[in-house]
Design a protein around this ligand. Structure first.
Ligand code: ADP
Ligand code: MG
Length: 601
């Protein structure tokens, strides 16, 4: 066997090592995610190499190259905790590393052997086209491979003061003279304390070492929790539950749930959705609606989103947390991400997976937030279009199941998510003066029924439909046969005031002074704010005041109520009510103020 060899990390590697161990990751526990991802990558590479028939020797396996994954040691990840020696060991039966590969992949930080591998697969894939595809589940471009940044391995040093890597490569290499390259045979041990140096020793060839890699973390004294089985199990479940190879912790299988979001949406059965939904949402109902899609542009996204049949905010349980977690190639990047969807989407549960996301880089970095911003835009658009399709194709379901439960969230979106405001407003439904009680129409429907001369959208806020219909504000609209949207809550009122316009039409509150219903007639002109409690005792024998009388009456009114009104004037808008209060400010604002006052009082 070869002598033990001491090597030094390159200068940049030493510096980067310092960054990785001290500040790159905000959560220490992600070291396990990184090492498991590397193990998964190594297994994936083995699968690729076998499928491509690239000289796997696998002596012990009797492997004939035609049948991926059978014979010899199965493709799996084994994790062992040992509290007594305070170690954690991650073993895979993957492709392994030769001595040379250990030097270049582990001795050089920010050099990703995985990235190089994917690139070589791509080149080969291009050359062979259908070749590697033929094996079925092996993606010719190595998309199952997680690593590409070349820093993950070093995160082990966040928790360990010494790391040992034992590896035996599955690839047979020949020297130029045609003989096996002895350097690259047998198992190699790499050891480092992460402080600038590492050593390599070739293990005795007679010592049997299975194909693959074993990483032993000698945990720092204050990191002993990572040799505790329960802690390790929780971390594995959190980050690595969907890794595509079986993970065993001290002999027990940990990951049992399939990453169905990566499957072709058309092939996923209902029952799988039902199970997966329960897993991601921690709920026991069935999803009201499922949105499963993939896109390549503007960036790679695979998303599986569910709308639960109900939400929890109505039971006074407070604001829900976001419900969508961010993955990259099946590995958790951020649980319940607050950035991946706008806030109003917090009722949605599910996962978003993007190959374009770096696993390790912190969220604060601007390049990432730009990326996440792009994803948020694309996802929001998809969600809104999913809802409008539901509205178009199955209005009963949309109205009676979705809208009934979630209208509040859409309204919140209209008020807060400026980018989506207009498209969200198309999803709103309202009662109107024309329909029956309980009959709901969209703004588009309202507009389609407007007479051509009508340029605005009218709405009236009232405590109930009965009161809305009896309201003096309705008189002018009824007379001119204009449809008015009824809103019954301060929230709706606020939504209308926030929305301001819909498809170029102004949203006009019926109590606004300058409502123009009779372009030919003279109507209330200037803004006036009147308050009137005058009772007209003789409505039956109504006759108009002369202009002089009216002027005098208005003047009297204004002096009498000087502190309460800004102006008093005559109107032709009314037909049976004697007087009406109109407003020159936002009615919604005024009503909000009143609401605040009553709450305070
Ligand atoms: P990345 O995974 O982003 O490439 P890492 O720092 O996690 O970067 O790993 C560096 C390289 O070391 C990998 O690209 C791979 O070539 C090699 N490597 C790490 N762990 C293993 C393993 N378990 N089996 C085989 N190769 C490994
Ligand atoms: Mg990695």
């Amino acid at each position: 066997p070869r002598e033990r060899e001491d090597m030094e990390f390159q200068a940049e590697t030493r510096q980067l090592l310092d960054i990785v161990t001290h500040s790159l990751y905000t959560d220490r526990e992600v070291f396990l995610r990184e090492l498991v991802s590397n193990a998964s990558d190594a297994l994936e590479k083995l699968r690729h190499s076998r499928a491509a028939g690239s000289g796997c020797h696998d002596d012990d396996d009797d492997y004939d190259g035609s049948n991926v994954g059978d014979g010899g040691s199965p493709l799996e990840i084994r994790i062992e905790t040992d509290e007594a020696s305070n170690t954690l060991t991650i073993t895979d039966t993957g492709i392994g590393m030769t001595r040379t590969e250990m030097i270049s992949n582990l001795g050089t930080i920010a050099r990703s052997g995985s990235k190089a591998f994917v690139e070589s697969m791509r080149v080969r894939g291009e050359a062979q086209r259908s070749g590697t595809d033929a094996s079925g589940d092996v993606d010719p471009f190595g998309r199952g491979i997680i690593g590409k940044f070349g820093v993950g391995f070093y995160s082990g040093f966040m928790v360990a003061d010494k790391v040992d890597v034992r590896s035996r490569s599955a690839i047979k290499r020949r020297k130029d003279d045609g003989n096996d390259d002895d350097d690259d045979r047998g198992a190699v041990l790499w050891e480092s304390t992460g402080t600038g140096r590492y050593s390599l020793s070739t293990l005795d060839r007679n010592v049997r070492q299975d194909r693959g890699t074993s990483v032993v973390l000698h945990l720092k004294p204050d990191m002993a929790q990572y040799s505790d089985e329960r802690t390790v199990e929780a971390i594995l479940k959190k980050y690595s539950n969907f890794v595509g190879f079986p993970i065993y912790l001290n002999g027990n299988r940990v990951n049992t749930i399939e990453a169905i979001w990566l499957q072709d949406p058309k092939t996923v059965e209902e029952s799988k959705h039902s199970d997966f939904y329960k897993y991601v949402s921690h709920m026991y109902d069935e999803p009201l609606s499922t949105l499963h899609f993939r896109m390549d542009a503007p960036l790679d996204i695979k998303a599986l989103l569910y709308i639960p049949s109900f939400h929890q905010e109505k039971y006074g349980m407070g604001r829900m947390d976001p419900g969508v977690s961010l993955y990259s190639r099946k590995v958790l990047v951020e649980p319940k991400s607050p950035d991946i969807l706008p806030e109003w989407c917090r009722f949605i549960k599910g996962v978003v997976d993007s190959e374009d996301l770096p696993l390790s880089i912190s969220r604060e970095k601007s390049q990432d937030s730009a990326l996440v911003g792009k994803m948020r835009k694309a996802l929001t658009r998809k969600i809104i279009s999913h809802l409008s399709t539901m509205m178009r194709k199955d209005i009963e379901k949309y109205r009676d199941e979705f809208y009934k439960e979630y209208s509040f969230f859409l309204k919140e979106g209209v008020c807060q998510d400026f980018d989506s405001q207009q498209s969200l407003s198309k999803l709103l439904l309202f009662e109107t003066s024309k329909g029956m009680a309980g009959e709901l129409v969209s703004l588009d429907e309202y507009v389609s029924r407007c007479p051509p001369e009508s340029k605005d959208i009218y709405y009236l806020c009232a405590p109930s439909r009965e009161l809305a219909l009896l309201s003096p504000y309705m008189e002018g609209f009824s007379k001119s046969k204009r449809e008015v949207i009824f809103v019954y809550s301060a929230i709706d009122d606020f939504v209308m005031a926030n929305l301001k316009t819909f498809e170029g039409r102004e949203l006009v509150s019926a109590d606004r002074s300058e409502v123009d219903l009779h372009p030919a007639n003279d109507v209330d002109g200037d803004a006036n704010k009147g308050k009137k409690d005058e009772k007209d005792d003789d409505t039956s024998s109504r006759k108009s005041l002369s202009t002089a009388e009216a002027t005098e009456f208005c003047a009297w009114f204004q002096t009498t109520l000087s502190s309460k009104v800004s102006q008093c004037k005559t109107t032709k808008r009314l037909s049976s009510s004697p007087a009406v209060i109109t407003d020159n400010e936002s009615g919604a604002l005024r009503r909000m103020m009143r609401m605040v006052e009553t709450q305070e009082g």
